[in-house]
Design a protein around this ligand. Structure first.
Ligand code: IVH
Length: 698
């Protein structure tokens, strides 16, 4: 390869682009492949290798770039014929015992009555439903909100574990299972991505999700995804009368089923299998995060039925969070989009459950000082200092956290950590409002960190979602002063387009075609739905769902903007009006009014570049509408306030304590008495991820 000169490399890249495009068309559009998968993979590998050596020669239409090649409408929606379920969780042997006892009670079975359970690993990937009609794969859909998922049929067809045709299958058969990526393939993918300057992934699950959810199936095809079948949806004839035989049938039909699948008849056997699988975990070569027990008898499964999102006949027994001790080298402060100062632990790298960890979150200054938000001691009041030995843990794919500190190993002259009272990025005072656990930079948009984070948010998927303008490009443009504010994005073509002294197409990594594509993509988004615009403004506490509610309430940009401007923070009637909207609480109202006051001109200048599409009123058909929900434990992906707002926006009632009226308890790590009470009352308990999946936000 090193013998190639520029001209040869250019010629070969052109040839490869043409060949791969032809193969893609033949495969996807004409259903008539012109080469084997191995040949195809070899072409793509060769393309990636040459691009790695000659990055300057990467073509605008390179098969390794999605930009320009992909349709931009996103995925179509598919309504599942039968809902895709989630699983309730067990965290210890007692929970499993309760699960088994609960089933006996529900069915009125005595201790003596025999019951069998299947045991299998819980694969840490993403679930997929495959629909076959008369033996042919007709569509594939992600779980989505359980009712409706994304149509990823073209992508699923590229996965070799997924048969395209079945013989002797029921006329209608929906097969469900998990798409995942092996550790080895994950490592190789990341190496390959890094070599071509592409996106790398934090873990195999993200890699699998990112690869399956590609608009361009050619990209999915180049990613080594696998599939285990473990369940089914609609079937025109029953597969079998037991779970075990149904899985055997799926395997006979050509699906890959998990080899660690087994059948148990006692609780001890089930827990024994759990231990066995936990022992094998590190050697499996793919991520699992627990085991799943399912009642074997399908007629009993039927009788037990479902809670709102989980079956009563199955449970996931999760592995405990993984732990390790290491040295805390220092504490860095990161400044986020809303100015929040987040302390990050810099750690001496340590392996936690097979992953090397060198950073962990420290939450906020109280957490470091050893107290909770109400001033009560945590870790018996032990604070955390640079130089300390700390216990790190990971649960699922969330950011690692610090659980504890070893005072015996504390260096002799260490001093307690002082949390900065000025912003490390811009020097403005960092202020902590009463009742807030977070200290925030007061610099607003003069703070470079806030400005960049807000721009990244502005272009993110749920906001303006501008093709070709991601976090990396925003950072680069910001650094060079090309984009400082959202409205600068819409001036990009005038300032750096054709005929200008400095032009985008001449920047490193850009060319005529990609520059034009970006200008077009930006122009495309000048017409924007009201909800997206409101979300894109990046106002604190206003998440995607709240933005949707506000849009539905006000209808047009003009009405929304006028209401925000007319109402002042001090004017309590305007405030009251705002919080009368279902899902808007005083905190969000305050935040909205403050932002519109502080950034009036900027917001108007932005709106002047846009044509805002009015919102239509929508009926709440969410699966949580009318349900009473309680949140407990730590939420890791959103604040309590946002969680509540979202839930309420979807028509759910959020209560502070568990009672017989509660429908769903969302329990994060550290859940205690509420989770116990819910279990006693037989209330459905799900984790944050399942909740997000349920409300369609996963
Ligand atoms: S059964 C009827 N079996 O875990 C219930 N799910 O936390 C359908 N998962 O949504 C699921 N491995 O994505 C089942 N062996 C397994 C599984 C499994 C992984 C996933 C699945 C589910 C989630 C629930």
């Amino acid at each position: 390869m090193t013998e190639l000169d520029d001209d040869q490399a250019r010629a070969e890249l052109a040839q490869l682009a043409a060949m791969i495009a032809r193969a893609d068309r033949a495969y996807h559009a004409d259903d008539a492949p012109i080469m084997s998968d191995a040949e195809y993979d070899a072409l793509r590998r060769r393309n990636a290798q040459i691009e790695a050596l000659f990055p300057k020669l990467i073509r605008d239409d390179s098969p390794s770039l999605r930009i320009g090649a992909a349709p931009s409408e996103g995925f179509g929606k598919i309504q599942h014929a039968r809902r895709m379920l989630s699983l309730a969780n067990a965290f210890n042997a007692q929970d499993v015992e309760d699960f088994v006892a609960g089933i006996r009670r529900f069915l009125g079975l005595t201790e003596a009555a025999a019951m069998s359970f299947t045991v299998e690993p819980k694969i840490d990937g993403l679930s997929l439903s495959l629909r076959y009609e008369n033996g042919a794969l007709v569509h594939a859909a992600t779980r989505g909100d359980g009712e409706t998922g994304e149509d990823v049929t073209a992508n699923a067809r590229t996965i070799s574990d997924i048969p395209q045709h079945l013989t002797d299958a029921p006329d209608i058969l929906e097969v469900r299972g998990e798409v995942y990526m092996s550790h080895a393939d994950f490592a190789e993918l990341n190496t390959r991505q890094a070599a071509i300057g592409g996106k790398t992934f934090a873990n195999p699950r993200n890699a699998a999700a990112g690869s399956l959810r590609q608009l361009d199936p050619a990209i999915t095809r180049a990613r080594p995804l696998r599939f285990f079948a473990y369940a089914w949806g609609q079937v025109s004839q029953p597969l079998a009368s037991t779970q075990r035989d149904a899985i055997k049938r799926l395997s006979d039909l050509g699906f890959v089923t998990n080899p660690l699948f087994s059948l148990c008849t006692t609780l001890d056997q089930m827990l024994g299998k759990y231990d066995e699988i936990a022992q094998l975990r590190a050697k499996l070569g793919y991520d699992i995060d627990g085991v799943v027990y399912k009642l074997d008898d399908l007629s009993l499964q039927d009788r037990l039925g479902l809670r709102s999102t989980t079956p009563r006949w199955a449970i996931a027994h999760k592995f405990p969070a993984e732990l390790a001790w290491t040295e805390l080298l220092g504490i860095d402060i990161q400044v986020g989009r809303t100015g929040a100062l987040s302390p990050v632990a810099r750690l001496k790298p340590v392996t936690v459950g097979g992953v090397v960890v060198s950073n962990a979150t420290l939450h906020n200054e109280d957490y470091i000082a050893g107290r909770d938000s109400r001033g009560q001691p945590i870790r018996d009041g032990r604070d955390i200092r640079p130089g300390d030995w700390v216990e790190v843990y990971r649960a699922g794919d969330v950011i690692p956290k610090i659980r504890d500190v070893d005072l015996m190993r504390r260096p002799e002259h260490s001093a307690a950590y002082t949390f900065p009272e000025t912003c490390p990025e811009c020097g403005s005072p960092a202020i902590r409002e009463p009742g807030d656990s977070v200290r925030r930079c007061s610099g607003g948009l003069i703070c470079p960190a806030q400005a960049v984070e807000r721009l990244k948010h502005f272009v993110s998927r749920a906001a303006f979602d501008i093709e070709g303008l991601g976090a990396k490009q925003v950072e680069a443009f910001w650094r060079d002063g090309w984009i400082k504010t959202p409205q600068d994005i819409f001036a990009l073509k005038d300032r750096f387009g054709p005929g200008q002294p400095r032009q985008l197409k001449n920047r490193e990594g850009w060319g005529e075609k990609s520059a034009q594509n970006l200008f077009d993509a930006i122009d495309d988004k000048r017409r924007i739905p009201l909800a997206r615009l409101i979300f894109a403004l990046g106002i604190r506490h206003v998440g995607e769902t709240s933005a949707g509610m506000l849009a539905a309430h006000y209808g047009t940009w003009q009405d929304f903007r006028d209401a925000m401007r007319a109402a002042s923070v001090a004017d309590s009637s305007a405030h009251a009006d705002l919080i009368s909207i279902d899902g808007v609480g005083p905190v969000m109202a305050n935040s909205l009014l403050t932002s519109f006051q502080a950034e009036a001109e900027e917001i108007d200048a932005l709106a002047a570049c846009l044509e805002v599409i009015p919102a239509q009123a929508r009926a709440s058909d969410s699966p949580v509408a009318g349900k009473t929900v309680v949140f407990t434990g730590t939420l890791e992906r959103m604040t309590r306030a946002e969680a509540k707002a979202r839930a309420e926006a979807l028509g759910a009632k959020v209560a502070g304590s568990v009672s017989a009226k509660t429908d769903i308890l969302v329990a994060g790590p550290g859940a205690g008495s509420k989770a116990r009470k819910a279990a006693e009352l037989g209330i459905e308990v799900i984790d944050e991820d399942s909740w997000l999946a349920l409300i369609g936000a996963a």
